[in-house]
Design a protein around this ligand. Structure first.
Ligand SMILES: [Fe+2]
Length: 139
């Protein structure tokens, strides 16, 4: 079982956003599998780094459209993005510096946080820009 199951209920109806959300969920699920399988810190750390890089790429894409479409809630939305990057980066730093015995617990804590954060962010925060994006021609 994946940690987060990608299905139609998570789709917002804007293809570029949905595609990137799906890829983010895939990375999170890979991190979950590696953690549950007890993989080494090198493998888990690599997936964490990939997650941070891809999350930043995804947020930049959304924010580019916020600017282009003059999205009214851009500032508030960007604050959520920045806070997430900051929090995940702090988690990954802590993971890398933690003694081996406590790393799995840290990874699980991060995953639990990501599971809740992403569901809320996609279903609530992101859903607010959908009408505007569609109106501007993104399908
Ligand atoms: Fe977003």
């Amino acid at each position: 079982m994946p940690l987060i199951e990608w299905n139609d209920s998570l789709k917002l109806g804007v293809a570029v956003v949905d595609r990137q959300h799906q890829r983010l969920i895939e990375i999170i699920n890979r991190l979950y599998d590696a953690t549950m399988e007890g993989r080494g810190a090198d493998v888990i750390g690599e997936i964490m780094d990939e997650l941070i890089v891809y999350t930043a790429t995804h947020f930049s894409m959304e924010e580019k459209y916020f600017a282009q479409f003059h999205y009214a809630d851009a500032e508030e939305h960007k604050q959520e993005h920045d806070a997430l990057i900051e929090k995940v980066t702090a988690f990954v730093d802590a993971f890398e510096q933690a003694p081996a015995a406590s790393r799995a617990a840290l990874a699980k804590e991060l995953l639990q946080f990501l599971q809740i954060w992403w569901r809320y962010h996609m279903m609530d925060t992101d859903s607010k820009f959908v009408a505007l994006f569609k109106q501007k021609g993104l399908t």
